[in-house]
Design a binder for this molecule. Structure first.
Ligand code: FAD
Ligand code: FMN
Length: 767
């Protein structure tokens, strides 16, 4: 094949090498706009996996590259006068200039033709004479931008400003240096990539950048200002830029996250940063470029594969990998963009939060990297959780939490789950066994399902209720069992279905109206949940008074039944949620319009409930932190204000759920997908939160808690199939102090032994 590669960055050069290795008959030319040896940036970091990949692909260049690697293990986080050092991170790095020299040499030896100082114009007709044009022309690709629709380009210009500098100061550890200045926080990411050279990237918010006047400074002035700001880390060494001689380069940049729906059009194929970028803070751009190059060369040289089929296979395989990395990179980017949120953390937790920011490194990963450091974090967590009483190094999920005078034994909660199994609202033997068993299973806190305050407030005829003496007696039986046989606390979730009421049992059809016997429904406005559901009656003031009083009566009954805690359900599109979300609330009176007005009635209900509930017992509110409807619905910023408003009325915990408020919602699912909302509400609103949503491993729970993203962790579906999730986690993590019902002690110790044996066998296999 006759191939042109546009750009002699890692992608273009390594693709040319990989093609020639597979078939020396290919005619390959690489065109680069800059002279040889002139490039942006300083060092790049690699992972062990990338090294394995390039060693398999081309042992010759890999040998030279790995021979020149700088290695380091520690990460130093300088923050508020402390340096927190954790080890075992195992980085390898090399200078970008040196990497490109090695690749250029290798390409030439394999017969690739290199043209330097050759600016390529996508409109030039000469490209039609090539079988393939590889657009490896970087993040600002002209070839991609010449046909944005053909590639489905999506560019997201991120908020922070950064400048990629170098220095002769040699950093022994990967160093993050955070500095507070009169203009805000500014920080550096620094690492060594050669015996005498380090990368030094300076980053800050756009606001801080403007306040410093960096926008009006020349490059030299900017560098001088950074040298002054970070003088204590530089030990007299200077900072340098190497972008002055570059075509199309600027000193300070905003990171551009690039995604393309399609990576090929006509004879042009996008490769590396031209197709997708990953934020520099996770150091994976070069890895992606090299791995793209290997895979593309492999499919293009596979016998019997048409160009189209080869591209399909290439995209199918690489797309997943790229998506995963871009997700992690987004988390990492956002952490730095929302730095202010974490500034109230103590240095150790700040460092933990930084290390786990991308969600690729978890609590147990950190244990493998540096056990002693992680145990220090655990000790710190337990000390804070127990007002200094405990010096233990156990997993954070087993630390107690005090809400008013209620202390939960551990941080795991059985999330509220409707069972649609009651008759006339009365919980029965099913609920007795279901909730009793989950309390025996070790969770610190067990929630009832949404228990409705009136017959008309039920979702379905099978929902539990709390509006008469039969309900109190039946609930009391369950609560008494929980208290007598476990250490769990039990919380009554109270709600009113509003516009989503009068529907079938969950497994007969979600939100589907009853075939017969429907009862009238009401809501903030006359907006039906879906065209199939009833049009609700907009609530009058008299309705509001009546429903508020029903909630208060239910709270009093909850007290009689002996519950430890009450939760108000103001999420998921039910009655109170229909006031909060602008998608459902179309009122023009004092209960609709601004967030303040939309919150007025839910807050009134909550305040009345709070007044009826003992001062020493806690209350929580479940909210939908987003409608998954962009700016049209509740935004994450509003969610913080909602959390703060309920906290002002005496809520001790915000149970942070999301969505289900609007039938056309566009949720973004994934592991722990709602936790970022909990993180935001907790750390911006400074309110205790509970995270929920696809949290299913002990490692998830421990990472969330230690990083301060929530105070409690709720699991719903995992508890449906495994009531003993918490005890199993204790066995898995070898935590002995969990409360086990005495009847089950034998099983617990056997499980712990077996899991330990399995873990040891797996570790021996790895060695
Ligand atoms: C601050 C910062 C830090 C980073 N740190 C890391 C890190 O630690 N580890 C890591 O793996 N990655 C890192 N990256 C990302 C990494 O640099 C890129 O992901 C990687 O270089 C992508 O390789 P590429 O070949 O696709 O593009 P590039 O390296 O950008 O190469 C594109 C080449 O095309 C040339 N070119 C562009 N247009 C034309 C044209 N019209 N005609 C001719 N030539 C053209 C350019 O001059 C350039 O040489 C970082 C990036 C930044 C901005
Ligand atoms: C069967 C079932 C019933 C549910 N019922 C309720 C409920 O009554 N009240 C509530 O607030 N959330 C309810 N939820 C939502 C869960 O509490 C939880 O927020 C959601 O399932 C996400 O957590 P998970 O990924 O751990 O399942 C229910 C979820 C399920 C699966």
């Amino acid at each position: 094949m006759k191939i042109a590669c546009i750009g002699a960055g890692p992608a273009g050069l390594y693709f040319a090498i990989s093609m020639k290795l597979r078939d020396p008959g290919h005619e390959i030319e690489v065109f680069e706009r800059n002279p040889p040896g002139v490039t942006f940036g300083w060092g790049v970091v690699f992972s062990d996996l990338t090294v394995d990949n390039i060693s398999r692909n081309d042992p010759v260049s890999a040998k030279t590259i790995t021979g020149e690697f700088a290695h380091w293990d520690d990460i130093d986080v300088h923050y508020r006068g402390q340096c927190i050092t954790s080890g075992g991170h195992g980085f390898i790095g090399i200078g970008r200039k040196r990497l490109l020299e090695i690749l250029q040499d290798r390409a030439r030896k394999l017969g690739v033709t290199l043209h330097f100082e050759a600016e390529c114009d996508p409109a030039d007709p000469k490209w039609r004479g090539y079988d393939l044009v590889i657009a490896s022309d970087g993040a600002n690709s002209r070839f991609r931008d010449a046909a944005p629709d053909a590639f489905g380009v999506d560019v997201d210009v991120r908020r922070n400003k950064f400048v990629w500098l170098g220095t002769s100061k040699v950093f022994d550890a990967f160093t993050f240096a955070f500095e507070e200045t009169e203009h805000g926080w500014i920080w550096a990411h620094a690492y060594r990539f050669a015996p005498d050279c380090s990368t030094f990237i300076v980053e800050c918010s756009e606001e801080t950048w403007a306040k410093f006047g960096f926008d009006r400074m020349s490059q030299d002035e900017s560098i001088a200002a950074c040298e002054k700001l970070f003088a204590k880390y530089l030990d007299g060494h200077s900072l340098q830029s190497n972008s002055t001689h570059l075509v199309g380069s600027a000193a300070w940049l905003n990171f551009r996250r690039i995604k393309c729906e399609r990576w090929a059009s006509g004879n042009v194929i996008l490769l590396g940063d031209a197709a997708h970028t990953a934020h520099f803070s996770i150091g994976s751009g070069t890895k992606l470029a090299l791995e793209d190059a290997i895979k593309l060369a492999e499919v293009l040289n596979r016998d019997g594969l048409s160009l189209e089929a080869a591209m399909d296979e290439y995209v199918a395989e690489r797309n997943l990998e790229v998506l995963k990395l871009q997700n992690s990179a987004r988390n990492s980017t956002e952490w730095f963009e929302t730095l202010e949120r974490y500034l109230h953390f103590e240095p150790l937790q700040f460092a933990y939060s930084l290390l786990t920011r991308s969600q690729r490194i978890s609590h147990e990963n950190l244990r493998l990297r540096d056990r002693e450091w992680l145990e220090g974090v655990e000790r710190w967590f337990w000390k804070r959780a127990t007002d200094g009483r405990s010096n233990t190094t156990a997993p954070p999920m087993f630390a107690p939490l005090k809400l008013r005078e209620m202390e939960v034994e551990n941080r795991i909660t059985v999330s509220p789950m409707a069972m649609y199994s009651a008759l006339d609202g009365v919980p029965n033997d099913f609920h007795f066994v279901h909730l009793g068993e989950r309390a025996l299973g070790g969770a610190g806190l067990v929630f009832t399902e949404m228990t409705c305050v009136s017959p008309g407030g039920r979702i379905s005829p099978g929902c539990t209720g709390m509006w008469n003496a039969d309900h109190v007696a039946a609930w009391k039986r369950i609560v008494d069992f929980v208290h007598a046989n476990s250490k769990a606390k039990i919380c009554l979730q109270l709600g009113h279905s509003g516009p989503k009421g009068s529907t079938k049992l969950g497994w007969e059809g979600n939100d589907v109206p009853l075939d017969e016997g429907n009862w009238p429904v009401m809501a903030a406005s006359d907006v039906p949940w879906s065209p199939a559901n009833q049009v609700p009656r907009p609530m009058t003031r008299a309705d509001m008074d009546a429903v508020r009083d029903e909630f208060v009566a239910a709270v009093r009954m909850g007290l009689e039944a002996g519950f430890d805690m009450i939760e108000l359900h103001a999420a998921h599109g039910y009655l109170l949620s229909s006031f909060i979300t602008p998608l459902q609330n179309r009122r023009t009176d004092e209960y609709g319009g601004s967030l303040e007005k939309r919150l007025r009635y839910p807050l009134e209900v909550f305040a009345a409930m709070r007044a009826a509930w003992p001062k020493d017992r806690p209350m929580s509110v479940r909210i939908s932190a987003t409608d998954w409807a962009g700016e049209d619905g509740v935004t994450p910023e509003e969610a913080v204000a909602i959390g703060e408003a309920f906290a002002r009325e005496g809520a001790d915990l915000i149970d942070v759920s999301a969505g289900q408020t609007w039938a056309d919602q566009q949720p973004v699912y994934g592991r722990m997908f709602q936790t970022p909302f909990s993180d935001k509400i907790r750390n911006e609103g400074r309110v205790a939160t509970m995270a929920v949503g696809n949290i299913y491993e002990p490692d998830h729970a421990n990472s969330i808690l230690a990083a301060g993203r929530a105070d409690l962790v709720a699991l719903a579906r995992p508890h449906l199939v495994d009531p003993f999730w918490t005890l199993r986690a204790a066995a898995q993590l070898d935590y002995r102090d969990v409360h086990v019902p005495p009847q089950y002690l034998n099983g617990m110790s056997q499980l712990a032994r077996n899991l330990k044996r399995e873990a040891e066998a797996a570790a021996a296999l790895r060695v």
